[in-house]
Ligand binder design. Structure first.
Ligand code: BT5
Length: 249
């Protein structure tokens, strides 16, 4: 690996690997530093939501120091979810789908609904419109138990497969793929990444409703642009959405 995993910190129990990563970043930790934990007591989702993180899952944060404007940060979510999706597909042989912007989904069997197996959280700290550092957090349900309250929309790989997986091997594969896509990004090789992402997308071509910071938008998901934003065809023309929660109609 070129960049990712130059330094790796593995903890038993933390509040959130994102918080650990931020502290390390502020103390000058190098790009590529990886933080993992067996258990998170205050795992974080987007917009202050909780991420349930008991023993058995992969809870990992990666510190990046990219030369990019803050507006380019959604690309990091794209490569994070793509790396996880491809690694899961290789390890399980199952069909994996990407639900823009940050969900990786699998289904237990043919004809079953797809449920969330991984969520990606990209947090950016900027100085003067340039990115100082980015922490990308990957939460993958591997062998962990899913609480009953989440079972209609969440799933673990163990539940989907009927047997447990070697967490460490899967993590190494995810980090390798992430490393490779991250160096593609630095070389401005975005087209190949987008092509792969589109092929696994469950959203493109569908009518969707998106709850985003500016309100609710409804339209057809047309395209993921080179910055990782979703282009929607709406009644009042094309609209570019940077973040939000997508519901397929
Ligand atoms: C996410 O947020 O999907 C981002 C999750 C990122 C988690 C990683 S773990 C390592 C790192 N350290 C952290 O503290 N976080 C990152 P969002 O799209 O907002 O989804 C959150 C919603 O997913 C919650 O409101 C629940 O409905 C659902 N959820 C919670 N825990 C889940 C789980 N383990 N599996 C699937 N869905 C879950």
């Amino acid at each position: 690996m070129k960049t990712i995993g130059r330094e790796i910190f593995c903890y038993q129990k933390v509040t959130s690997t994102q918080d650990k990563a931020k502290k390390l970043a502020e103390r000058g930790a190098p790009e590529g530093t990886v933080i993992t934990a067996e258990i998170q007591t205050q795992g974080k989702g987007r917009l202050g939501r909780r991420w349930i993180s008991p023993r058995g899952g992969i809870w990992v944060s990666i510190l990046l120091r990219p030369e990019m404007a803050g507006t380019e940060a959604p690309r990091i979510t794209i490569i994070g979810s793509l790396a996880v999706a491809e690694a899961i597909a290789e390890f399980t042989g199952k069909e994996v789908r990407l639900k823009w912007p940050n969900d990786v989904m699998i289904s237990p069997g043919r004809g079953d609904e797809f449920r969330k197996v991984c969520g990606v959280l990209t947090e950016t700290v900027s100085r003067f419109s340039r990115v100082d550092y980015v922490i990308v957090g990957l939460g993958i349900n591997v062998n962990n138990r899913i609480p009953v309250s989440l079972r209609d929309k969440a799933i673990s790989l163990k539940d989907a497969l009927g047997y447990g997986l070697r967490k460490k091997k899967l993590l190494i594969e995810v980090l390798k793929k992430f490393d490779s896509y991250y160096s593609d990004l630095r070389r401005k090789w975005v087209i190949g990444i987008l092509r792969k992402y589109r092929d696994m997308s469950s959203v493109l071509g569908k009518e969707v409703r998106i709850e985003c910071p500016e309100g609710t938008v409804v339209g057809k998901a047309l395209e993921i642009d080179p910055y990782g934003a979703l282009i929607l065809g709406t009644k009042s023309g094309k609209k570019r959405v940077v973040a939000g929660d997508v519901m397929i109609l």
